[in-house]
Design a binder for this molecule. Structure first.
Ligand SMILES: Nc1nc2c(ncn2[C@@H]2O[C@H](COP(=O)(O)OP(=O)(O)OP(=O)(O)O)[C@@H](O)[C@H]2O)c(=O)[nH]1
Ligand SMILES: [Mg+2]
Length: 253
């Protein structure tokens, strides 16, 4: 059973168009399963302790999973405030959801704290790719190749995306009834992220690819900012440091 001790509590928000997989990503993180989901009404909550960085800091991520439906937008915006991390999710097989990322980002910049760490999450990779092996070089702190640099999958990776389980899943993906063509390339996603100062990750909530990475890389960036003094200890409310060496409290929630 997971120990209840933590070094930091970070508040996260998940945002993006409806049906991009936000709730599925959160369920994969908290329960490690993929299940039927209903559209979120307003917001849902989930939390888990993850180990972050080489020091293995124990970070409790407390996630507010917001509804992508337009009618909830004014409610969901109110959850952006005080978030230390944000997962901005789109569906790689639905271009429209990528085109709306700009508007979600504007909301985030407007309503969240200025030093919120944001990761752009390209989800549903399993629908168009057999493995996450084609993820480009993603180096923490230098996540993307320069715009003029062609993608080179032999680049070093640090941290590595969660390896795909070797399975028959993709052998005949293109023949499968589930197959959908990819509508947003890796380069487009990665470049958008680079241009806007976001981290970038490709995920499949269904297969579990990259999901923990998305939360962990964001937490790493937040902790780096804390280390550099860019965030006060308890401000914004989205970062809480455990004052004792080994707390056995779960803190709040
Ligand atoms: N194949 C595949 N399907 C996914 C994945 N993630 C989510 N889905 C499916 O996409 C649909 C929408 O997923 P949700 O997690 O409910 O999407 P959401 O972004 O939370 O949607 P709202 O709550 O309406 O904003 C569901 O049918 C999921 O099963 C994925 O990685 N791969
Ligand atoms: Mg949802």
């Amino acid at each position: 059973m997971e120990s209840l001790s933590w070094d930091y509590i970070l508040k996260y928000v998940l945002l993006g168009d409806s049906a991009t997989g936000k709730s599925s990503l959160l369920i994969r993180l908290t329960d490690d399963r993929f299940d039927m989901t209903e559209p979120t009404l307003g917001v849902e909550f989930g939390s888990r302790i993850i180990s972050v960085g080489e020091e293995g800091k124990r970070v409790k991520v407390q996630c507010w999973d917001t509804a992508g439906t337009e009618s909830f937008r004014s409610i969901t915006r109110s959850y952006f405030r005080g978030a230390a991390g944000a997962l901005l999710v789109y569906d790689v097989t639905r271009r429209e959801s990528f085109e709306h990322v700009t508007s979600w980002l504007e909301d985030l910049r407007k309503y969240a704290d200025e030093n919120v760490s944001i990761i752009l999450v390209a989800n549903k990779l399993d629908l168009c790719s057999s493995t996450p092996e084609t993820i480009p070089s993603i180096q923490y702190g230098h996540p993307f190749p320069a715009p003029e640099t062609p993608l080179d999958t032999s680049f070093s990776r640090s941290p590595s995306p969660t390896p795909a389980p070797e399975s028959a899943h993709q052998a005949n993906l293109s023949q499968s009834k589930d197959y959908k063509p990819r509508q947003v390339t890796q380069m487009e996603g990665a470049l958008f992220a680079k241009q806007h100062g976001l981290l970038y990750v490709e995920t499949s909530a269904k297969e579990g690819w990259g999901v923990t990475d998305a939360f962990e890389w964001t937490a790493r960036e937040v902790l780096d900012k804390v280390k550099k003094g860019e965030m006060e200890r308890k401000k914004p409310g989205g970062v809480k440091l455990n004052e004792t060496e080994q707390s056995t409290r779960g803190g709040c929630c």
